[in-house]
Design a protein around this ligand. Structure first.
Ligand code: CU
Length: 147
């Protein structure tokens, strides 16, 4: 019986380690929408890979999207500052320490993959994601949950 319980415990331990999700995918489209309103980042992964796919057809200068992660409190200020930075800077201020992670701006049919360093994150912290293309962030935003 004891032997049975030990092997059962090992089974649970290994299956929970296997369940760590270190890769996240999110899509954006020509209707100015992400396909998710929440992204979960598992801090048991040293790095979480995030891939943004633009499933639309419109070019980056008309309907470009990126995926930007900041604390929830910084969304408005970073998005506003990003407008002046322009498309060549992915609509983000250069070297802005408020930006925790960000893909580049992509157009329809393109994708971009980044790594999120989880050592900088706090479990249960108040994080958000948004698209910094001018005018998009009011609609294109969501919650990042760090577990
Ligand atoms: Cu966008």
């Amino acid at each position: 019986m004891t032997k049975y319980l030990v092997s059962l415990a090992l089974l649970f331990a290994s299956s929970s380690a296997f369940a760590a999700n270190c890769a996240v995918e999110i899509e954006a489209n020509d209707a100015m929408k992400f396909n998710k309103t929440e992204v979960t980042v598992d801090s048991s992964c040293k790095k979480v890979t995030l891939t943004l796919k633009h499933t639309g057809k419109l070019p980056a200068n008309a309907m470009g999207h990126n995926w930007v992660m900041t604390s929830s409190a910084d969304v408005t200020n970073v998005a506003s500052a990003g407008i002046a930075a322009g498309l060549n800077n992915n609509y983000l201020p250069a070297g802005d320490s408020r930006v925790i992670a960000a893909t580049k701006i992509i157009g329809g049919g393109q994708s971009d993959t980044i790594e999120i360093d989880t050592s900088k994150l706090t479990k249960g912290g108040d994080y958000a994601f948004f698209c910094s293309f001018p005018g998009h962030w009011a609609i294109m935003k969501g919650k990042v949950t760090v577990i």
